[in-house]
Design a protein around this ligand. Sequence first.
Ligand SMILES: Cc1ncc(COP(=O)(O)O)c(C=O)c1O
Length: 396
Amino acid sequence: MDAEELLDEAAARDATHPLAGYRDRFVIPDPDLSYLDGNSLGMTPRATVHRIHEVMNDEWADGLIRSWTKWLDLPLVVGNELAPLIGANDGEVVVHDSTTINVHQLLHAAVALRPDATHLVVDPGEFPTDRYAVAAVAAQHGLGVRTPPPGGTLDDLDLTGCAAVVRSLVDYRTARIADLVGATARAADHGAIVIWDLSHAVGAIGVDLPAAGVDMAVGCTYKFLNGGPGAPGFSFVRAGLADQIDHPLRGWFGQHDQFDMDAEWQPKHGVGRLMIGTPGILGLEAARCGIAISAEVGAERLAATSTELTSFGLDLVDRLGLVTVTPRDASQRGAHIAIQHPAADDITTALAQRHRVIADYRRPNLVRLGCSPLTTRFTDIARAMIALRTEIDQRA
Ligand SMILES: Cc1ncc(COP(=O)(O)O)c(C=O)c1O
């Protein structure tokens, strides 16, 4: 391995990359830190620091209760700002609560649309929160939970009698992209709804929900959208379907006339009926700043950059003799690379302590390297791969 050569190659890519300048829009705590964890917690946009001060001083401290006039609809306003990143239209997205709550809510809504259903479907390897939500909602409605047969996939399951499938578009471990169009259509053929979890997809790959015929989706804003720790999640419901849905998590923010205090529950038109209680305005404004940068760049350029970064990384995987479970076909992968090694846990710790490379360990044997299109440098990827080779060699 000629580390210098690889680093020079990476530096040359950074110097000419059209999105490289966007990194300056983020707080860089240490230029020598290679942060490859933007798929867990995205970096801090400078605009967020400024905007949060502004909201604190001008809107909260000075404006006090008067500011609620501009805050009341903020979940829908920010939803419209996020919408183009997933191909959605105005009024189809609301930014609110956590992804977990949103999965619960949409599962209840999907079950209510299929009163004759017998079960829900989720993959046993799905992100835990999605599995827990499926199990909980199934139990509440007296439904079963079906999973693929051993060695099989979700695509092998007969969906007759299924109300809903919860499925990640980008697998949190391997980065494999599911067949959005095919799986949505297969479910629809059986009257089932796929609730797509876009947490590892939004801001990283191109997604066009309406073109794929998607009914419902959720996702988070604190990964590739750089929304901040605990930033609210989002829900998408296709136009036309939103007015038909009902869910038990009712609150006054989802009520048609919120300040008619005597009114019986009459939900807002559209996706706004998913709002529950008072939104956290600071978190929402922070999320808004991150979303704005991604929206400015556009899903297409974000996706192209993700592909360039992961292609470069996978090339280094081969040149350095590392092992990956991430698909080689660019159209099949999201914006992270998972390196497989039995000592992955120990190696992830060593990367941070000895090489200033921050990655994620995912059980049982993966080191996960997030390639955020707005903040990750080719140099970061090269440094990570060189460090991985060094650490693996030391354990041989
Ligand atoms: C696929 C997926 N869904 C959901 C979540 C998290 O949900 P929440 O924001 O409610 O904690 C994550 C977090 O990493 C995730 O990877």
